[in-house]
Structure formats: structure tokens, C-alpha cells
Write a new protein. Structure first.
Length: 618
């Protein structure tokens, strides 16, 4: 008796796509099925090492691939954990895991684009329907006698009783065409994607046997042979590993189809013994900026897979890293709490972060082009390390790049420092959301005039982390939209002499007292009339916007300071003729706001005053 089931709607959508739209790179279905088999073996391996009940199981973990050319079927079997009926329904009838979910969420509806997406995601079990019109899954859960057969033609599925000797899962694909019934072809795909899964994959293969004794000719014999290396790549000797192997392993663990930018392979043999193999991806993981991003690092203890779901293995600002951490001296049944508090793990994490950051620093010096590529993908994430006062702040400051008011492209803080003027005391930057607006800001005028470089920080994260970054290599870092840099950029030419404009200042302060903290003479303007700056400890406009965006609506009103250009003829005239000082003060404030990309509070009033002045001017 078979029970009939309908697929969850999302699965139906996914299956439709698999069958009708995705034509390229079909071969990855094998990687997905082998990776599932390997996961199932990992799970059982772990239980047999940690759980009394499973210790009596006597089995050698393996994966078997077999083909039946006449029937056009391909079978992938493992003797792993297996699935019971409920699990078959939950795992092969719905979409639960984020890999497949993420894929679904990123679909564009454009078949071409979507099929290139498939490489970037673990689209899992269902990808087998790209090559098969019917699939049978026979599974027996370890320690259970019940065997179930799941059968589907991609429209609905059935589950019935079945028979099977060993625990584990056997998946048979009824292939659409012969392409994937060819053992040579299969061998190539297995070597490409699954060479370094920790378990042996066996397949029947025709092999040439050389003539022996009095035989004249050799002959072909079918033999059951191991196809993959089945070695933990990260435990092998660096010198024996080719770049190609590193790259293939990356693709296997990351489900990414592009080569990684960098691999970092470390074997520590000191007080704490561990191996790590980290990769910097060559493309952006789809969930990089999602709160529920998946960890890309797998934890092993003495080669036994423990978890791929432990975000605490590396800090969030390195969440783009993919790879493996394998530690010697931990118990196999490490819990989440242990992961967080264990001194060994803490030390491995610290060392790993150091190593990754120092390798990135090396890359920056050695291969700028590649580094820029890395930085374009992950610079924003990396900058999160500058939040607060973490240990890695200094190392990360060495790695960040910024645009500059004087040079093209991106420069490092070290490069900025090297280009500083002899008497320059600080590193200057301006931050906000629009590069264009920043480059044209009146605040830059005196810096340009004095040939002082200013870093243009136009990423949102800059606005958050830079106010928390006070210095680089002992040099203070200062935002030019704040008030405390006045002294440093004062020059003879734009020295400010308050006595010449006392009258104007007093009046303007009174007129604008509800809107600004102060009205001051500026030393930073040469052409513009006026500019808004902020008190040393006040958030600037970009920061205020940021906080608002993050949902902080109860911020106290931050009053800016209005700086006016003492050399501008408007003010010299105003000093002796204050007839219009009311209107002009309002207008100046609104203009300064517009320059900064702010909204003006009373546009009607602004237009009215402007009209009045235009009328007069004519
Ligand atoms: P993912 O591997 O990302 O979880 P898949 O679609 O590849 O997504 O697989 C769905 C689920 O089906 C797996 O999480 C696992 O629980 C189950 N599964 C698939 N293949 C096997 C197998 N060979 N043995 C045991 N469970 C399996
Ligand atoms: Mg899978």
C-alpha cells in the first residue's frame, strides 16, 4: 500500500524550474546527492562515536554509485543515518533549509540568470529532477527495521514499504538521457566536485588489465574501484596540494562555482593542535547582508564533522570566509556553550582571525588588483570590525581603503599618511551618502586650497564606525564636518577676525537661535558663503539619518553650527547695512542645508524670501 502526497507549493515551483528552465550545468545534481550522502555519513559517524546506542553498529562508511545502461538508471547509495517516513516527508516534500530557500528568494524569473544562480546555491536534492523524470529513494534509518520507499515523478510523491539490508539511503534516478549513465563522465564529475569529501565513493569501472604469463593481449575487466581521494584536504601536506585541488575543494564546501580569491591553509602544532583551511570567495555569498546568514565555516574535531552552523567560530566581520577548522583537543560532544567559552576554541578563533587578517594585508601589498576585487566584495563587511573597540581594530584599519579628494581610485590609511603634508596633524575625512555631494562640499574648499588630502567616505557604514575610530597609527582621524579642526587649518589668508563682523554675528545669532547652536566665522571656506558643521560630540547629518533609518525616532534635535565666510562680500555689506539681515540669515541657513542634502523646514517661506530678494535685485 502506498500513501500519496502533494509537494509543498514552493517545492512545486522549484521543481518546475528544475525541469523547464535550468539547462546549463546540470551535472551539479551529482555533487548535491553525494554531498547529502556525505552529510548522512557524518551524522551517523558522530553518533557512533558519542552515543552508546550506536556504538554497536558495525559498518564501514561508504558511498556507492552504480549505473544500469539498459534501464537508464543511476543509483547513489550511502550507509549513513537514513530517514524514517516522517523524515522523508519533511525533507523531500518541503523546503526547510536556507540553501534552497535562499535560492528560491533570489530567483528573478529570467531563466538564463536563474540557471547561473544554481551554481551559487546548494539547491540540494531537488536538483536531481534536472536529469531524471522519476526518482526512487529507499531509506532505512540506523537502529530501525523499517524501510520506506519514496517515489516521485516531480508532480507528487508516494511512500510505501520496502526492503533494504543495510541502514542508509539509496537514491535511483530514471534518467532523461544517457549522458549521465556513462561511467567516464560520472568519474569526471565526482573527481571535480567530490574528490575530498571524507568518505570513499565506489563505482564499477572497466579497467585495462595487462597481459600476464602466456597471454598475448590485455583485456578489459569490470572492477569496483574507489573514485575519489576521500582525504581530508586540510590535513594534507601543503606542498602536496595543487591550487586546482584547493579550488575544487572550495567549490565543494561552498557550492560556489567561481574560484576563490585566496586560500589560507594553516597547521598549528604548538600548545594547541589544529588545522584550518580558509577561503576568501571570488563572489559575494547571497546572504552576506542578511541577519540570518549561514556560517561558512565547518567545525571538525579530530576529523569528525561536528557542525556547520556555528557562527561563533569567526567574528561576524569575517562572515564571508568559507572553510574548515579541525581541532585536536576537544571532546566530540562539544556543545554550543563549550564552543563559546572553551579556552582552546577561543584561542583557535583568535589565531585564525589574526592569520586571515595578516594574509589579507599581504595580498594588499602583493596583488593590488586582486585585493581591490576582494575589497569591493567584502570591504563593507570588514569595516564592521571598526565598530566599538575590538582587538582587531588596528589590523583592520590597515586593510580598509577609501576614496580621496586628491587621487583616483582607493587608498589605504598608510598611503594617506605617506602623502601628508609636513605640518599636517590629522587624517581628515568627510562622510555622507553621496560621493558627488561630498566631493562638492564647501567644507573641502580650504583643504583643496591648502593642498591637503581628504578621504571621501561615502559608504553608510563609514558614518557609523568612523566616529568610533579616533586614530590610525597614532595620528588622530577627524571629520571635517565637525568643529574641532578649526585651529589646524587656519591659514594667514583666511584668518578670522571677529571684530570686523561683530554686528552681523550678534544679529544672526539672535535671528537663528532656535535653529543653530552658534553662528561663527569660518576658516574653511573660500568661495561658498556659508556651511553647516557640527559640534565635536554631536552626530553629523549623515549619522543622524543613519540613526533614523535604524529606527531611532526619539533623537533629540541636534542643532548644527552655521559657519559663514568672513571674506564674502555679503557679510562686509551686511555689517554696515542690516536692512535685510533677517531674510538673508534665513536664506543662508536654508542654502547651507540644501548643500548638505537636508530638507528645509519651511519651503514656502524659503520661496517667499527668495522672490522678495530677486524682485529687489532686478
Ligand atoms: P540540504 O542538504 O541543504 O539540507 P537537500 O535538499 O540537499 O538540502 O536535502 C534535504 C534534506 O534531506 C537533508 O537536509 C537531509 O535531512 C535529507 N537527506 C537528503 N539526502 C539524504 C541522505 N542520503 N541520507 C539522509 N538524509 C538525506
Ligand atoms: Mg544537500
Amino acid at each position: 500500500m502506498a500513501d500519496k502526497f502533494e509537494f509543498q507549493t514552493e517545492v512545486n515551483d522549484l521543481l518546475n524550474l528544475m525541469i523547464h528552465s535550468l539547462y546549463s550545468n546540470k551535472e551539479i545534481f551529482l555533487r548535491e546527492l553525494i554531498s547529502n550522502a556525505s552529510d548522512a555519513l557524518d551524522k551517523l559517524n558522530y553518533l557512533s562515536l558519542t552515543d552508546e546506542a550506536y556504538k554497536s553498529l558495525n559498518y564501514t562508511p561508504r558511498i556507492d554509485i552504480s549505473v544500469n545502461k539498459e534501464a537508464k538508471t543511476l543509483t547513489i547509495s550511502d550507509n549513513g543515518i537514513g530517514m524514517n517516513k516522517d523524515e522523508l516527508i519533511a525533507n523531500l516534500g518541503t523546503i526547510a533549509r536556507s540553501g534552497t530557500k535562499g535560492f528560491m528568494q533570489n530567483l528573478s524569473g529570467d531563466a538564463k540568470k536563474d540557471s547561473s544562480l544554481i551554481g551559487q546555491f546548494g539547491v540540494g536534492f531537488y536538483s536531481a529532477f534536472m536529469v531524471a523524470n522519476k526518482i526512487e529513494v529507499v531509506s532505512k534509518k540506523a537502529l530501525s527495521d523499517e524501510v520506506n520507499k519514496w517515489t516521485s515523478d516531480a508532480k507528487s510523491y508516494e511512500i510505501s514499504n520496502s526492503t533494504k539490508e543495510s541502514h542508509g539511503t539509496s537514491i535511483t534516478l530514471y534518467l532523461n538521457d544517457e549522458e549521465f549513465a556513462d561511467t567516464w563522465k560520472l568519474e569526471g564529475i565526482i573527481k571535480k566536485y567530490s574528490n575530498h569529501i571524507p568518505y570513499a565513493i565506489f563505482m564499477d569501472k572497466e579497467e585495462y588489465v595487462a597481459p600476464s604469463g602466456d597471454e598475448k593481449e590485455g583485456k578489459y575487466e569490470t572492477k569496483n574501484v574507489q573514485i575519489n581521494k576521500a582525504s581530508a584536504l586540510w590535513r594534507m601536506n601543503k606542498a602536496s596540494i595543487k591550487t586546482q585541488e584547493y579550488n575544487d575543494f572550495y567549490k565543494q564546501i561552498s557550492h560556489d562555482s567561481t574560484d576563490p580569491l585566496l586560500h589560507i591553509h594553516t597547521k598549528a602544532e604548538g600548545k594547541i593542535e589544529y588545522s584550518t583551511l580558509f577561503y576568501v570567495p571570488g563572489s559575494e555569498p547571497f546572504d552576506l547582508f542578511r541577519v540570518d546568514y549561514q556560517s561558512g565555516v565547518k567545525l571538525y574535531v579530530k576529523r569528525v564533522f561536528i557542525t556547520d552552523d556555528a557562527k561563533e567560530l569567526l567574528p561576524p566581520f569575517l562572515r564571508f570566509i568559507r572553510g574548515v577548522i579541525d581541532v585536536e583537543d576537544l571532546p566530540l560532544n562539544v556543545s554550543r556553550e563549550i564552543l563559546q567559552e572553551n579556552a582552546i576554541m577561543r584561542s583557535v578563533k583568535e589565531q585564525s582571525v589574526k592569520k586571515i587578517l595578516s594574509e589579507l594585508a599581504k595580498l594588499k601589498e602583493k596583488d593590488r588588483e586582486k585585493y581591490i576585487k576582494f575589497y569591493t566584495f567584502f570591504g563593507k563587511v570588514l569595516k564592521e570590525a571598526l565598530y566599538g573597540f575590538g582587538n582587531d581594530k588596528e589590523a583592520v584599519l590597515d586593510l580598509v581603503l577609501f576614496k580621496s579628494s586628491k587621487r583616483d581610485g582607493l587608498i589605504s590609511l598608510k598611503e594617506y599618511k605617506e602623502g601628508m603634508k609636513e605640518d599636517q596633524k590629522s587624517i581628515y575625512y568627510i562622510s555622507g551618502n553621496s560621493e558627488n555631494m561630498l566631493r562638492n562640499s564647501p567644507l573641502l574648499e580650504s583643504f583643496k586650497k591648502n593642498d591637503i588630502e581628504v578621504l571621501i567616505m561615502d559608504e553608510e557604514i563609514d558614518t557609523i564606525v568612523m566616529p568610533m575610530t579616533n586614530e590610525f597609527d597614532k595620528i588622530p582621524m577627524k571629520s571635517i564636518s565637525h568643529a574641532d579642526i578649526d585651529d589646524e587649518i587656519k591659514s594667514e589668508e583666511n584668518s578670522v577676525d571677529e571684530s570686523k563682523l561683530t554686528n552681523t554675528l550678534v544679529k544672526m545669532r539672535e535671528i537663528l537661535k532656535d535653529d543653530v547652536k552658534d553662528v561663527k566665522l569660518s576658516s574653511r571656506l573660500s568661495d561658498s558663503v556659508a556651511v553647516l558643521i557640527y559640534d565635536k560630540n554631536d552626530p553629523d547629518f549623515a549619522m543622524q539619518m543613519m540613526l533614523k533609518q535604524m529606527g531611532q525616532n526619539d533623537l533629540p534635535k541636534v542643532k548644527p553650527i552655521l559657519e559663514i565666510n568672513p571674506n564674502h562680500e555679503i557679510f562686509t555689506k551686511l555689517e554696515t547695512n542690516e536692512l535685510m539681515i533677517n531674510d538673508i540669515s534665513r536664506l543662508l541657513l536654508d542654502m547651507a542645508k540644501i548643500n548638505e542634502g537636508m530638507n528645509i523646514e519651511d519651503p514656502a517661506q524659503f520661496s517667499k524670501i527668495l522672490t522678495k530678494i530677486m524682485t529687489k535685485a532686478i
